[in-house]
Design a protein around this ligand. Structure first.
Ligand SMILES: [Zn+2]
Ligand SMILES: [Zn+2]
Length: 145
């Protein structure tokens, strides 16, 4: 769906991210889980997963590690005016579609790299990311009615 050229570009950006955070097992597990998931888990979902590996892990520990992953650019936080923030470790950064009925978040095959370049040139801002969300009713909810 996405071209490999874009993926490689993203990899280079990640490898130059600040490395002053010590890598930890917990954090690596969380990142692994987010990379494999297409469901855009919430912090609660991530905590639930982490507890399967380590039943004593607190929500605070999980949340702190999630925030570090967001800070170093490995994970994208998808903020929502409605409901909880979701997390996504799938690159390149892409647009999302949120269903108003079931609340699920779907990936859209839209990588607005070109748009970012154009907007940066037009406005003079150094735009480095986006949080683009479309809303409506997903295909399974619309076929239920
Ligand atoms: Zn739906
Ligand atoms: Zn996504």
């Amino acid at each position: 769906m996405y071209s490999h050229g874009i993926c490689q570009e993203v990899r280079i950006i990640i490898s130059t991210a600040p490395t002053h955070y010590r890598t930890s097992r917990i954090r690596n597990n969380i990142l692994d889980y987010l990379k494999k998931s297409t469901a855009h888990p919430s912090a609660n979902d991530v905590h639930q997963f982490a507890r399967e590996q380590n039943p004593r892990i607190s929500f605070g520990t999980v949340y702190r590690n999630l925030n570090i992953l967001v800070d170093i650019g490995e994970v994208q936080r998808l903020e929502s005016s409605r409901g909880k923030d979701r997390f996504d470790a799938r690159f390149p950064q892409h647009a999302h579609f949120r269903c108003d009925t079931c609340g699920n978040l779907f990936d859209l095959p839209l990588v607005p790299d070109q748009l970012i370049v154009e907007l940066s040139e037009k406005t003079g801002h150094k735009i480095s990311g986006h949080n683009l969300e479309f809303t409506g009713i997903c295909s399974s909810c619309s076929s239920d009615s």
